[in-house]
Write a protein that binds this ligand. Structure first.
Ligand code: CS2
Length: 479
């Protein structure tokens, strides 16, 4: 029988790089909230490298609600296998996670870790929807989790409520605050999260809000590595190659990048020694990444699904679609980035397109299509608003938004659940559509949580959306 991966079976693992440090001698200096696949593929791999130099930075991983990761990783002593996908796949056992806690089941243990003076970084990947923000990017005070956390701040459900309570404990006991490192695909993620935590705290304790504003660092970051969801093919591949069974292995492309704003708190650990870029100004990196890579990804997802494709590679092999996406990036999205002395945008686009064509990766378009109501504002609608303000053309930029609308209509009509925090509303909108461009686009433009008011009120955008929508009624000829 294949043994299960754990500290005890580590010496039997074949064909994989193992943690080259004494795990028992490490201590937890990082609490990470949201231990999903991206974190385990990306940040935990950087931290695993850091632990070879400095044992203080092992990770306590905290899931806010779901017990799935804890149940998979605890019998494995926090170990899992990372498969780097390329023509020549590589396997690596990641030892950075020492424990996994589930906040909803054990708030006291979570707050004990968050309040400990050894904890100097609190990092998070909770996806766009985990920040409880409204369409304008501010704390959504109508969100049920926020209302809950204001009522019972010691048992928070939301990320924002959890950070506020943890920082309160540190302030009350005179422990220096941790540095909050947001690792989600949000524009200006550090400042956005800081504003949400300060606004949340203001409601409960204005002194705490002021203290957070003055004392706590929220560096801005850019995170990047394409991470397809775990599937059975990966589980089998890992077991065959390594000779151990891992309940939840992770896969990603070999490329990874992490840029963090160079604020004083960041120097507690030697991040640069493991390939993290500490930069004075992260804006150029995060705008380019969110708008070019993620914007193109969402375009491929919605247009590609409508054209019958399943993966990013399939969509890139569709010459008309790939040509459209490349033109969108080079002409329309690049124009929104302004001058970028530190970034060669054309080379960046070349590199992104090559990554999308990686034959070693099977990245499902349906995975990228999740949570469109939260992703589109960040990935494409900001570019559209800039184009409106600068008087640039909107015709191509309207295509991915119209494709998302058609995707919603298609799923709603087929009775397939739309994976999105707005799923109920979207399904109702989709069912109300009549395949009449003017009517249907009008219905979607009323979604103020997704479409910024200035975009909804721009006749030229409405016309561009209607024309794109009309063409997408026959998706095979739309681009
Ligand atoms: C993707 C991202 O699922 C998605 O929406 O666009 O997860 C993308 O793969 C990463 O941001 C790449 O860094």
């Amino acid at each position: 029988m294949t043994p299960r991966l754990s500290d005890a079976s580590l010496h039997t693992v074949k064909a994989a790089a193992l943690p080259g440090y004494d795990r028992a001698a490490t201590s937890c200096g990082i609490v990470h909230i949201g231990p999903g696949a991206f974190f385990r593929a990306h940040q935990a791999a950087y931290v695993d490298a850091l632990l070879h130099r400095d044992p203080r930075w092992a990770i306590t991983a905290v899931a806010l609600k779901s017990a799935g990761v804890r149940d998979a990783l605890t019998p494995q002593n926090g170990l899992y296998i990372l498969n780097e996908l390329s023509v020549d796949p590589r396997y690596r056992v990641i030892g950075a996670i020492r424990e996994v806690l589930v906040a909803s089941q054990n708030h006291p243990a979570v707050f004990e870790r968050l309040a400990a003076s050894a904890t100097q970084f609190v990092t998070m990947t909770v996806t766009e929807k985990g920040y409880c923000l409204n369409g304008a990017g501010n704390l959504d005070d109508t969100h049920p989790d926020i209302a809950h956390d204001w009522r019972t701040p010691q048992q928070p459900r939301s990320l924002v409520g959890t950070l506020s309570q943890a920082l309160r404990l540190r302030r009350d006991t005179g422990i220096t605050p941790f540095t909050v490192v947001c690792c989600d695909n949000l524009p200006n993620n550090g400042a956005t999260l800081r504003r949400a935590v300060v606004d949340f705290s203001q409601h409960l304790d204005p002194d705490l809000a002021r203290w957070i504003e003055n004392e706590v660092s929220f560096p801005r970051t850019m995170v990047d590595s394409i991470t397809p969801a775990t599937d059975d093919a990966l589980r089998t591949r890992v077991a065959d190659a390594t000779g151990v069974e891992d309940a939840w292995p992770i896969q990603r492309e070999a490329f990874k990048q992490w840029v963090i704003e160079d604020l004083p708190g960041m120097h507690a650990a030697d991040w640069a020694s493991v390939g993290v870029t500490l930069a004075k100004d992260v804006s150029v990196y995060d705008r380019a990444k969110l708008r070019l890579l993620n914007g193109a990804h969402s375009t491929l997802a919605y247009a590609g699904l409508l054209r019958g494709h399943a993966t990013v590679l399939d969509a890139m092999n569709d010459v008309a679609l790939a040509t459209f996406v490349e033109t969108l990036m080079r002409e329309d999205i690049a124009a929104s980035l302004g001058t970028t002395p530190d970034l060669d945008v054309s080379a960046y686009i070349d590199a992104v397109l090559e990554r999308f064509r990686n034959p070693g990766i099977r990245h499902l378009l349906s995975q990228i299509a999740w949570d469109g109501s939260k992703k589109l504002p960040v990935r494409l609608l900001g570019t559209i608003v800039d184009a409106i303000q600068a008087g640039r053309p909107l015709e191509r930029l309207a295509i991915p938004i119209a494709a998302w609308m058609r995707f919603v209509v298609r799923q709603a009509r087929a009775g397939i659940e739309i994976v999105d925090p707005e799923s109920t509303r979207l399904a109702a909108l989709g069912r109300a559509c009549r395949d009449n461009a003017q009517h249907d686009v009008g219905v979607f433009l009323g979604l103020e949580a997704v479409i910024p008011p200035v975009a909804a009120a721009t006749p030229a955008l409405r016309r561009a959306l209607e024309s794109a929508y009309q063409r997408l009624l026959s998706p095979s000829t739309a681009v």
